[in-house]
Design a protein around this ligand. Structure first.
Ligand code: SF4
Length: 362
């Protein structure tokens, strides 16, 4: 909240003597303009770990360090790491044999791991542990010879990685409309899984529709939509009905950021827009607006939110109230192969400051 105005009763001072001292009426913000800042927002534990992993691998090995796919779906993060020496590639064909490669937070299929072994790559796996959990569920369902219906968005890297665990058993369900096309071997032996970053409400609508078609549908042991996705959606739902405009900071390929825009609109925001950064903001969005909601996706560094808030403050939206709906304390340890490499690097550095460590093959 902004500080209360302590100058209201100030007595008349000496008359202004220069133009510079004349109060500029145009700079006085219109009354009632405010920002509702959603919390939690921004970095989740999986993104924090993945970005940290690339930074640590760069420290140990120096550039270049190859990263398969965007380490997390955020343009600013990718550009920053690129400047530090990370080389982002779409497929391992683009990585020289024997090089160091980091797998992104979204996970990889067994076929990608096989390719890495064939090329003798030194791998660091930054797959979020909550994505790994879904991979384990896929393997378990496949081992039980169930058909797996994977609720998610076609082409998303996480979905490709999860489906790759049991490609012959897995079918993608991209929204309730695609359920009519699903074909299974035995309707009594069907299980569902989901991408971790979906809209909670939409995913549940797909599950309900699947269960109407397959009453014996088997649930995963726990929800696949992760805590960070759920918490950010709950927070934006809280601010959206009170906001004339909701701004979601996040990149276009960030599934959870795009879902936040949809959730805000459905929850009653006057309008909802996604921006990659402050450069995407549009003055016209503020016409007639008195309350702006601000949040950010799970792959967004807070500095980008700070820049958006500064832009809004310059336009009279400096009064900010944070609306917190959950407190997060989860963090993940770095990948074990990276922890071993860091330990080895420390041990090498202790007796002598020279020498470079190697990340052990994964
Ligand atoms: S959004 Fe969820 S699943 Fe994805 S990296 Fe973050 S914590 Fe992991």
């Amino acid at each position: 909240m902004s500080d209360p105005d302590t100058h209201a009763a100030a007595p008349a001072a000496t008359e202004p003597t220069t133009w510079a001292e004349v109060p500029r009426v145009a700079e006085t913000p219109p009354a009632g303009r405010r920002v509702l800042l959603a919390a939690p927002r921004g970095y989740c534990a999986g993104v924090d770990r993945a970005v940290d992993a690339v930074e640590k691998v760069l420290q140990i090995h120096g550039a270049p360090v190859y990263v398969r796919k965007q380490i997390v779906h955020n343009t600013h993060v990718v550009n920053t790491l690129t400047r530090s020496g990370a080389v982002f590639v779409d497929e391992l064909d683009e990585v020289p044999d024997g090089a160091v490669v980091v797998f992104s937070a979204h996970g990889v299929s067994p076929a990608v791991r096989d390719q890495a072994r064939a090329k003798q790559l030194v791998t660091v796996d930054a797959t979020c542990p909550l994505v790994t959990k879904v991979h384990q569920e896929a393997r378990r369902f496949a081992a039980d010879d169930l058909d797996i219906l994977l609720i998610g968005h076609e082409g998303h890297e996480e979905v490709e990685g999860t489906a790759g665990e049991a490609p012959e058993r897995t079918q993608l369900v991209d929204g309730p409309d695609s359920i009519a096309d699903v074909q299974v071997r035995d309707p009594r032996r069907v299980a569902w899984l989901s991408q971790t970053t979906l809209s909670v409400d939409e995913a549940m609508a797909s599950v309900d529709a699947l269960r109407r078609r397959f009453p014996a549908l088997i649930d995963p042991p726990s929800d696949d939509i992760c805590y960070a996705t759920s918490n950010r959606q709950a927070a934006v739902k809280e601010i959206a009905p009170r906001a004339d405009l909701v701004i979601v900071v996040g990149s276009a390929n960030s599934s959870n950021s795009v879902r936040l825009v949809e959730v805000a609109a459905e929850a009653g925001a006057g309008a909802a827009h996604r921006v990659d950064s402050v450069a995407d903001l549009d003055e016209d969005w503020l016409a007639g607006v008195s309350t702006v909601g601000v949040t950010s996706g799970a792959s967004v560094p807070e500095v980008l939110v700070d820049q958006v808030r500064a832009w809004l403050a310059e336009r009279g939206f400096g009064d900010t109230e944070e609306i917190r709906t959950a407190t997060e304390s989860l963090s993940f340890a770095l990948p074990p192969e990276l922890r071993r490499a860091l330990r080895a690097a420390r041990e090498q550095a202790e007796p002598a400051s020279s020498g470079r460590s190697q990340v052990e093959p994964g």
